[in-house]
Design a protein around this ligand. Sequence first.
Ligand code: PPE
Length: 311
Amino acid sequence: MEQADLIWHNGELVAWEDAKIHVLTHGLHYGTGVFEGVRAYETARGTAIFRHQDHIDRLYKSAELYYMPIPFTPEEIRTATHELLIANGLRECYIRPIAYRGYGTMGLFPLEAPVDVSIAAWPWGAYLGEDSKSVGVRAKVSSWRKISGDSMIPAAKATGQYLNSILAKIEVHKAGYHEAVLLDERGYVSECSGENIFIVRDGRISTPPLSAGNLDGISRRSIIQIAADRGFELVERDFDRGELYLADEVFITGTAAELVPVCEIDDHTIGDGVRGLITTELQRTYEDALFGRDERYLRWLDFVQVPAPTA
Ligand code: PPE
């Protein structure tokens, strides 16, 4: 991975290589952590963190769901993130805030372990490969089912829950595909290992409802808004894997991946096997929103004045 100079840890900026934790950190043993993936983009008006407040809100919600009080206010986290980008001179980057049960107790009762908070930021390019956004990716339905709401909390972005995504990702990677689609326990499409999913059929866009065990993705919310603003019909409804194959277009959304077309699923070509027209239109508007080129979505941008590099 690419590195930056400094990481924010429990209220202080520390050198990247010194941001280390004890091996008996609770979260390392039991997955007791919650995190976010956020991106900042260089716009014509300066660096802007996309939907920063929504990510911070989700972080606090995830923490609350796992009974984890974050020892900073949301505004402190927001300000710390600004300071971090400025201190690192990062004008465009991925941002990873994480709150986790720290060092102090072992065993499954976590409430006496401290809660530590870190924020890292670094340059991170196209998550699913350089040409993923134009050419699309090949996906496979994993044999692993998405964790269900009766054993975990799919709406929380919690570290331990990601073992589910990791099993699916390894399985499809070994089979030669880029991304995994997970079905929920009923057999309906839930989401991908790290992205929400949408299909387009006869001009109508569908995405699984949050009751299908997927994350309430902030990119997903943005696409739902953009589709409405552009006059596309979009419904949240359950569909099975067969509908994926029958779709004219399929695309996936996430902060890391952004908006990526899916050109093949389980060796069925989707539509013409190239990025579809509606996918292309939504992707263009979404990128205009990320880069501050569309006035309608400026409200989604949290500007940070990162100084230009000197010398
Ligand atoms: N589902 C899952 C399971 C998920 O992890 C993500 C984000 C999404 C949907 C999309 O959510 P949003 O980013 O709010 O639109 N995945 C993050 C983690 C990627 C990683 O490798 O780590 C991300 O995109 O940052």
